[in-house]
Design a protein around this ligand. Structure first.
Ligand code: HPA
Length: 275
């Protein structure tokens, strides 16, 4: 089955089980250990990715693998709890599958979240970072292959991937809530290896403030289709090239879980106000 047919099957199944998506529904993708947002939804219904025909299923610990539909702050929301990654062996287009499903369901605004290592030495771990821009360091893109003109152009402009209004709203809400919010550039690397000190130094020199193994593929696909994007990283560890500390997946998950409440609080505050 080709990619578009797989998408159609997924979308048809979701619509059959969850009904029609309400206009203005917001999509939210929650990364490692950040599933708290799905728990904050009311009147929720969920589907396991494994039960959705054609939907790629992550094998990584800390990624639930569920689509949850409900309301947050009276606004309809669809949460993709967990995602698949390049390092699991998924092609780039599959790592953007969930975002394209959301688009086909009618979602036009997405909040992309992830767990990331802080490269900027003044960043505090545990704080969220507003993604203002990104660097695709994977050598791959979900837009390879024939272009789907009904989604977007062959050569999409990338001058403003992350929506400025949503970013300003997140900054204002963080201030109101007294939450520390870092801001900067996120770089996606293929993984699964964490970085050596020399690589860390290089990524910092390239201009990145936070590093992780997801999100950019989704942001590219979402932006290609004209969706508005708010990007938030949870800074789970600090990568300083001259005093590197070992990073384990378990410590990343534990830190993300600890910080999940602040991210959820911020997302709910943003959702409450955005049009
Ligand atoms: N590097 C890459 N990916 C990550 C990190 C990191 O330090 N922390 C969480 N995801």
């Amino acid at each position: 089955m080709n990619y578009r047919s797989k998408l159609r099957h997924s979308v048809a199944y979701i619509q059959e089980k969850l009904g029609k998506t309400q206009p203005g529904t917001v999509g939210i993708v929650t990364g490692s250990g950040l599933g708290g947002m799905a728990q904050a939804l009311r009147d929720e219904k969920s589907l396991e990715y494994a039960d959705i025909p054609g939907f790629p299923v992550s094998t990584v610990k800390g990624h639930a693998g569920r689509l949850v539909s409900g309301t947050a702050q009276e606004k309809p929301a669809l949460v993709l709890e967990g995602r698949c990654h390049l390092y699991e062996g998924f092609p780039a287009e599959d790592t953007a599958f969930g975002i394209r499903v959301l688009h086909e369901l009618g979602v036009r605004t997405v909040v992309l979240t992830n767990a990331a290592g802080a490269l900027n030495p003044v960043f505090e771990t545990g704080a969220p970072m507003l993604i203002r821009d990104h660097i695709n360091f994977t050598g791959q893109t979900p837009l390879c292959g024939p272009n789907h003109e009904d989604w977007g152009p062959r050569f999409p402009d990338m001058s403003t991937v992350y929506d400025r209004e949503l970013a300003a709203l997140a900054e204002a809400k963080a201030l109101e809530l007294g939450l520390r919010l870092e801001r900067g550039t996120y770089i996606q690397v293929p993984g699964p290896c964490l970085e050596t000190p020399a690589e860390t130094r290089m990524y910092r020199m390239l201009g990145a403030d936070a590093i992780g193994m997801s999100t950019v593929m989704e942001a590219i696909a979402a932006h290609h289709m004209g969706m508005r994007i708010l990007g938030l990283s949870c800074l789970t560890n600090r990568n300083l090239p001259d005093c590197m500390e070992p990073v384990s997946h378990e410590s990343v998950l534990a830190r993300a879980e600890q910080s999940s409440a602040a991210m959820t609080q911020l997302m709910l505050a943003v959702l409450k106000e955005f049009a």
